[in-house]
Design a protein around this ligand. Structure first.
Ligand code: FAD
Length: 734
């Protein structure tokens, strides 16, 4: 979304918009922070562009942008790594010069995608791609986030931290809370490493902002200088060695001399020289942009010798001819129209970069003003002798909760009790709610988030108590991690998040729950039963009798509410002989006959493994229900019912037959100053308006006030619950 909105809107992360079952959702509002128009099910490229069209007047993409964004959408969802890489390479090589000049952001985005593919196998290539992406888009937070991952993989936590800081500082299009959590882990790593980062061979730390922080710190703070000196010595030795070339007669000479010799020999062809000159001009300009935009390490040796050392920052322009600074500027002597145009667009791009460069300074000013204001505020508070309010999790942050106790509720379900280490949030948006748990798991410390519906209630949460019932899957990332937690261990817990809005079910509902979704079912039933006009029908699906949990609680509700009907389905077991209570029991899988027993005017809520939810949705649709009448809490219903998706999914294969991207439609003259909206996407994001040059649209955006906001709720329903038969086919969706 952020890529699509570039130039017209900044996308920022925020909290949930409370419609998880219909997510991913997008929300646009006129005032930052206030809730506004929500668009549901933003799970297709076409739906994203539809929403932007809808809320941002004047939003438009040219053919090239549309095509590349569709390809990116498809690449991100493609499971086969080779296919992804092929599509990326094809797209990158299909950009022509004009397209690159007109849409540098698209090239940067593709480079970033490629670096993600290569970060494990070839981190130095991944680094170089990101470096090139940052030449094209120096203020793109996502490139810094990706660079952080690359440096983290290279065991360079300080450099990674600097990248994360930069991404947070720029702030658009990233989930700052998630990044802050990532920083905690990196800080730990940096503390453990006790010294400056050590860049491995092949990584030239040439982005000064990152380099300074990466090579500083710890006990060895003094070392970097010596080390740098030493490195520099080694470097010039190295570059000296590299400069040496072997002439025909077998003598080693300095490369520059070798070149002038070849010139004297008359071996250099005129065309080659011209091409070299163009390359050199381009490379010099790009290097200049990067130095300015990212405070790149100036190539000291080059300044001295007028040569660009071979180990100078590598763009994919490959090698740079040594005489580049002596080359007459093509700009002053345009040979033909096309050449002139390219030079012009380079200049135009430079202007854009320079303009963007101004932003951080403005930000700095704003920041120092902010700091002054904060200081004033603090002073005021001091004089009033008021303690500063401790922040809670209401803003969407996670808090540390400590495991106090855990016990097995049956053969695979753990009942876990947590206590909040700080002050727990008191803001609840719905009586049907859940929390998200987040933890860095596995060797890579990958951040995993999963949703869980507490057994304990809202009042308990406010007091800082949380009881969860967790079904532990041996192959499940989060559940097996939880299974290994010991009393005293901590985990990050989100503020309460709305799961469904009971107001949308005034008559009642039909609910189908598989396995551990029993907790969700109990909460939904408890919240809905007192207020519904008709009835509530629960189908609880398990494999065997010992899997069935919380029947005491359900029996209490069955006693209290005659409008509550419950059917227990045991797919691999007989019904119990004397189950007690009002619930009915059925042996065998849930089927059409059982489902048709519920009143067909009621809407459906499902939670469980994908195959179960898919079967239930299809059955109800055959009975005449619309997709809108069915909510799936775990997986996007559209994905379940139409797994082959839309046009973007077949785009990668189509690309092979027509790899050439369409010609760019707009010239740089068509770029105009437009107000920049601010988008909020969630796990959500806010749009604010700055004035930036937009490469996206030709018309100024009208009608957006200074605080216009668009929230994008990424509350993508997570994977399914266990319903016996389907366990292995459940795919992680989050
Ligand atoms: C609103 C909401 C509330 C939820 N509340 C609870 C709750 O109270 N208690 C609870 O235990 N879970 C709950 N879940 C499910 C939970 O979020 C996770 O999906 C679940 O714990 C599995 O995550 P994992 O990381 O362990 O498994 P993953 O790493 O995501 O999955 C890896 C493998 O584990 C197995 N597996 C994982 N999940 C399932 C499944 N659901 N059914 C069958 N096999 C599976 C599969 O073999 C799968 O391939 C809830 C989900 C939502 C959306």
């Amino acid at each position: 979304m952020e890529d699509l909105a570039q130039g017209v809107a900044c996308v920022e992360a925020s909290g949930c918009v409370g419609q998880c079952s219909k997510g991913p959702n997008g929300m646009y509002s006129e005032k930052s922070g206030a809730k506004g128009k929500i668009t549901n099910k933003l799970n297709k490229y076409s739906k994203l562009t539809e929403m932007l069209n809808d809320v941002i007047q004047g939003f438009a993409l040219d053919d090239l942008q549309s095509r590349v964004h569709k390809i990116k959408f498809a690449i991100r969802r493609e499971e086969n790594a080779d296919t992804r890489m092929q599509a990326i390479e094809e797209t990158l090589s299909s950009f022509d010069g004009q397209q690159k000049q007109l849409h540098p952001e698209l090239v940067a985005q593709m480079l970033c995608l490629r670096s993600r593919e290569m970060m494990k196998a070839d981190p130095s290539a991944a680094y170089n791609d990101l470096r090139d992406a940052l030449i094209l888009r120096p203020d793109w937070p996502w490139a810094f986030v990706t660079l952080a991952q690359v440096l983290d993989n290279l065991h360079m936590p300080r450099g990674a931290l600097a990248c994360m800081q930069k991404a947070i500082e720029i702030g658009t299009g990233v989930d700052k809370n998630a990044l802050t959590r990532g920083m905690v882990r990196l800080e730990r790593k940096a503390a453990d490493s006790k010294g400056p980062d050590v860049p491995p061979a092949g990584i030239e730390m040439d982005i000064r902002y990152i380099k300074e922080k990466s090579l500083a710190g710890g006990e060895s703070q003094k070392q970097p200088k010596d080390k740098e000196k030493k490195e520099k010595g080694e470097k010039s030795e190295k570059s000296d060695k590299r400069e040496k070339k072997v002439t025909k007669d077998g003598k080693e000479v300095k490369a520059s001399k070798a070149k002038s010799k070849s010139k004297k020999d008359g071996s250099g062809k005129k065309e080659k020289e011209k091409a070299n000159a163009e390359d050199a001009e381009k490379a010099a300009k790009e290097k200049l942009e990067l130095e300015k935009a990212n405070e790149m390490e100036p190539a000291a040796e080059a300044a001295e010798t007028n040569d660009v050392p071979e180990e100078a920052p590598k763009t994919r322009q490959e090698s740079k001819p040594k005489e580049e600074k002596k080359v007459p500027k093509p700009a002053s002597e345009p040979k033909d129209g096309a050449e002139n145009m390219v030079v012009k667009s380079v200049e135009a791009f430079k202007d854009i970069v320079m303009q963007k460069e101004v932003r951080p300074k403005n930000l700095e000013k704003a920041k120092s003003k902010d700091e002054k204001d904060k200081k004033k505020e603090k002073k005021k508070k001091k004089t009033k002798k008021k303690k500063p309010e401790k922040s809670d999790a209401a803003a969407g942050e996670y808090q540390d909760w400590q495991l106090r106790n855990s016990e097995w509720a049956n053969h695979d379900c753990l009942r876990m009790t947590f206590a909040c280490k700080g002050k727990a949030s008191k803001s609840f948006e719905s009586p049907i709610w859940h929390i998200d748990l987040a933890a860095n798991i596995g060797e890579d410390g990958e951040e995993i988030q999963r949703s869980y519906t507490p057994l304990s209630n809202a009042e308990d949460y406010k007091k800082g108590v949380l009881v969860l019932l967790i079904k532990v899957y041996p192959t499940g990332k989060m559940s097996s991690y939880l299974g290994k937690m010991k009393a005293g261990d901590s985990i990050l817990v989100s503020r309460p998040v709305a799961t469904v809005d009971p107001q949308e079910y005034p008559e009642g509902a039909i609910m189908v729950a598989g396995g551990s979704a029993v907790v969700v079912a109990l909460q939904v039933a408890t919240a809905m039963l007192p207020q519904i006009a008709d009835s509530f029908h629960l189908y609880l699906c398990n494999r065997k009798q010992p899997d069935v949990l919380l029947m005491d609680e359900f029996n209490v509700l069955l006693e209290a509410y005659p409008k509550f009907h419950m059917t227990n389905c045991l797919s691999q077991d007989q019904s119990p002989e004397n189950p007690g209570g009002r619930s009915s029991w059925s042996s065998g899988r849930l089927n059409t006959e059982l489902l048709s027993g519920a009143p067909q005017n009621l809407k459906v809520i499902m939670s469980g493994p994908d195959p179960l939810c898919k079967m239930v949705a299809q059955t109800f649709m055959e009975m005449g229900k619309q997709e809108d009448d069915i909510a799936c809490l775990d997986t996007d219903l559209d994905d379940l019912l139409h797994p082959d998706g839309g046009e973007e999914e077949v785009l990668i294969s189509k690309m092979k037959s027509s790899p050439q991207l369409p010609p760019a439609e707009k010239t740089e003259e068509q770029r105009v100053e437009v107000p920049r909206a601010r988008i909020k996407a969630s796990k959500s994001q806010v749009i604010s308006i700055d004035s930036l040059v937009s490469p996206v649209i030709a018309k100024p955006v009208a009608g957006l006030g200074l605080f216009s906001s668009l929230f994008l709720c990424g509350c993508k329903p997570t994977d399914a619950f266990s319903e016996d038969i389907h366990e292995d086919s459940v795919k992680q969706k989050r």
